[in-house]
Ligand binder design. Structure first.
Ligand code: AHM
Ligand code: MG
Length: 336
């Protein structure tokens, strides 16, 4: 039990004390990420005042348009994590693994991140977020390569996100529940505002981009059409729908009041040779870890996301996560 108002720094140090022999390196990685998120929170709140909105005129490795802020926030993350506490970094916005310059002593942790998820929302002033995941570099590896990042989500030692909304909120798990820290801009600290957050097992709210409905697989068609039938249908209750197009905002809502978030596989992606929309290492695994730690469930609609063996740094997967009973139902429909 921590006191509400505990700083994220105090929290990280107290958690470190519980691990005999901890060197402080892991705590330093978390502090580096927190610093980057504070800087990104400042940048997102200034927006047009500092000319950071709009397209950068480039594409990332997956052929997606990069926003100016995708590039700026990626640089902020790299800068903050280049202090010698991490071993190597991988980002949605970089083609290859980023190894720290040779003059910096390497740490033992691999960090993956999406520096600004939902970045298309920046231009319309809607919530965006940073997502991150931390794993251990394999024993004895000094120059990590992409192969060293191919670890299932169950190997994550920490994951989190920072939501830049009306307030900036850091949500963190180190495998011992989920805690939320709100940025107090007056003192420049993330302060604990919600401890051991749990997602209600039942919900009446779903989030899916319905414009893709005609491409979904039949079990997904069935699930959503049953929700839409409301009290008159087999579910016997009315559902509400939300779609922010910002996964961080959707998952934050689900952690706050329950719900299910779905970005499914569909025939359009299949025809284009894609295996899903969201990225396993930067989005699905960290969010899956957080959701599971909050008592929820995270699957591909067929199997547990965290048990997937990654095969590619930028691998995409279908995602179904949130309130346990609802995710179980959807997953059951797909495996029937
Ligand atoms: P991004 O990492 O390029 O921002 O893409 C991920 C985002 C998610 O945050 C969101 O759930 C999804 O893309 C929205 O997709 P769509 O525009 O197809 O609704
Ligand atoms: Mg993203």
């Amino acid at each position: 039990m921590y006191q509400i108002g505990t700083t994220l720094t105090q929290f990280i140090l107290e958690e470190q004390r519980k691990h005999a022999g901890a060197t402080g390196e892991f705590s330093c990685v978390l502090n580096d990420i927190a610093l980057a998120c504070k800087k990104i929170a400042a940048l997102t709140s200034k927006g047009d005042l500092i000319g950071v909105l709009g397209s950068a005129g480039s594409e990332n490795v997956q052929g997606e348009e990069q926003k100016k802020m995708d590039i700026i926030t990626n640089d902020v993350m790299i800068e903050a994590l280049s202090r010698g506490h991490a071993a190597a970094l991988a980002s949605e916005e970089m083609d290859e693994v980023y190894n720290l310059p040779s003059n910096i002593p390497r740490g033992h942790y691999l960090v993956t991140f999406d520096p600004l998820d939902g970045s298309s929302n920046m231009d319309v002033n809607v919530s965006v977020g940073t997502i991150f995941s931390i794993m251990k570099a394999p024993e004895g590896v000094e120059n990590p390569t992409a192969a060293d990042f191919m670890q299932p989500g169950t190997k994550q030692v920490a994951a989190g996100y920072c939501l830049y909304g009306p307030s900036a909120i850091m949500v963190l798990t180190t495998g011992n529940g989920v805690n939320m820290f709100t940025l107090d801009k007056d003192c420049g600290e993330f302060l604990l505002t919600r401890e051991d957050v749990k997602i209600p097992a039942d919900t009446k709210e779903f989030a899916i981009n319905v414009s893709n409905q005609r491409y979904w697989e039949p079990p997904m068609q069935r699930y959503i059409s049953e929700c839409l039938l409301g009290v008159e249908g087999p579910r016997g209750k009315d559902f509400n729908m939300r779609w922010v197009a910002s996964m961080v905002a959707e998952i934050h809502r689900i952690l706050t009041r329950g719900g299910i978030f779905i970005y499914p596989m569909d025939s359009k992606m299949k025809a284009a040779g894609k295996t899903g929309k969201l990225r396993l290492l930067y989005e699905a695994n960290p969010m899956g870890f957080i959701v599971e730690q909050a008592g929820g469930m995270a699957t591909t609609a067929y199997s547990r996301i965290m048990e997937l063996q990654p095969t590619d740094l930028h691998q995409r997967v279908p995602v179904v996560m949130g309130s346990r009973n609802e995710v179980e139902l959807v997953t059951g429909y797909h495996n029937a």
